[in-house]
Design a protein around this ligand. Structure first.
Ligand code: HEM
Length: 350
């Protein structure tokens, strides 16, 4: 039985919603040297965040690092998070949720875009040719935290103690203070959306548009976004995730959208919401937001606590081990706990 005397410091998962964010996703090139470079770079990320953040402390620069399933195995840690697996694609009733490549996520937040951009520059400089950038989306706050559909986005996030309770792992002794995060980049068909009346848009979302109040049960459609994302456990307790969605867009690229990012102590809650949205609950009763929003990416990452992230830097080199990613497997079973975990539990297990 593990005794945990002190909860390890998490990464800045629950930092407040900011005016700007960058979602940087990279894949790690083949070979032990690339895996080593990536592993040691993320272990030292705190130094880079301080270098940029200290230059303007009140702009609240934070960076959360997420690690994909294949990358975790390539780093050679002696234990693995129980629920870490590649994002499971969904072939939905009318819409699909694709699974796309991603070994590392850098979720960078600040009140200023230049702070995000500068940190991104330093991270990529440090990673060098060990990685390939597969997504680099600059998110911005749209008026009073609205998405580009015009609705306030994030209102029903948990607050107070419930924020950490929803976001941070509390049931995996080796990974307390960690989190899981699912990201999806959605593009919107704004022309089609704007052809709906405001009242019809409100029935799609499940809240009023101007003043952001949840629709009354009597008029809430079963296929609204809010209905399908209000999920409970077997005892009827509501299950929460922590979202920091941002608007993004480029008229030159011809796309505007919402970058969805949802943290949770287990990805199963977010996966249940995705099932409800894409397959429907009951099946066929799918989320109407998808008639105006197309998922173009889908990734799942494990977010270690700050201590575990730093300790990854002490793992032995991948040289001599086969670091070629395994093909995706259905086996997501947790470690049986019999492996030596000393170097990853570190200080909080004393
Ligand atoms: C096109 C992408 C999306 C947009 C534009 C969007 C927008 C919104 C808006 C406007 C709300 C209502 C205000 C609020 O409580 O935040 C909301 C609620 C919510 N959304 Fe999304 N969302 C998107 C994708 C997702 C996805 C992929 C998930 C989960 C997998 C999700 C989970 C939730 C949850 C849990 C709520 C709160 C429901 C409640 O308890 O009232 N959203 N979303």
């Amino acid at each position: 039985m593990t005794s945990v005397s002190r909860f390890p410091e998490p990464q800045a998962v629950t930092a407040p919603l900011t005016e700007h964010a960058v979602f940087l996703v990279v894949t790690i090139e083949d070979g032990a040297a690339a895996a080593d470079t990536a592993r040691t770079a993320i272990a030292d990320i705190g130094g880079l965040v301080r270098s940029v953040g200290f230059r303007s402390l009140h702009d609240g620069l934070t960076c959360v690092v997420g690690i994909g399933s294949d990358a975790w195995d390539r780093f050679g840690a002696p234990v693995r998070p129980a629920h870490l697996h590649p994002f499971v694609p969904i072939e939905g009733y009318r819409h699909d949720a694709p699974s796309t490549p991603g070994d590392l996520l850098f979720h960078i937040r600040s009140a200023r875009h230049d702070m995000c951009f500068e940190l991104e520059r330093l991270i990529l400089e440090r990673l060098g040719d060990a990685v390939r950038v597969v997504d680099d989306t600059a998110g911005f706050r749209y008026f009073d935290a609205r998405d580009l559909l015009g609705f306030v986005d994030g209102t029903e996030n948990p607050t107070g103690d419930e924020l950490g309770e929803a976001a941070y792992i509390d049931a995996e002794p080796d990974f307390l203070g960690g989190s899981y995060v699912i990201t999806q980049r959605y593009t919107h068909d704004l022309a089609a959306w704007q052809r709906l009346s405001t009242e019809e848009q409100e029935r799609v979302i499940g809240r009023t548009k101007i003043d952001d109040v949840e629709l009354d049960d009597a008029v809430m459609p079963a296929d609204s976004h809010v209905s399908l994302n209000t999920v409970t456990d077997d005892d009827g307790n509501e299950l929460d995730i922590v979202r920091f969605n941002m608007a993004f867009g480029s008229y030159a690229a011809g796309e505007v959208g919402t970058y969805f990012i949802g943290y949770a102590k287990s990805p199963e809650t977010t996966e249940l919401m995705l099932q409800n949205m894409f397959v429907g609950n009951p099946p066929g009763n799918v989320d109407r937001i998808l008639d105006f929003s197309t998922a173009t990416s889908g990734c799942l990452f494990f977010v270690p606590s700050s201590a575990t992230l730093a300790m990854l830097g002490d793992l032995p080199s991948a040289a001599g081990r086969d670091t070629t990613p395994e093909p995706p497997s259905d086996d997501t079973s947790p470690s049986d706990g019999s492996l030596s975990v000393g170097s990853l539990r570190g200080e909080y297990d004393r």
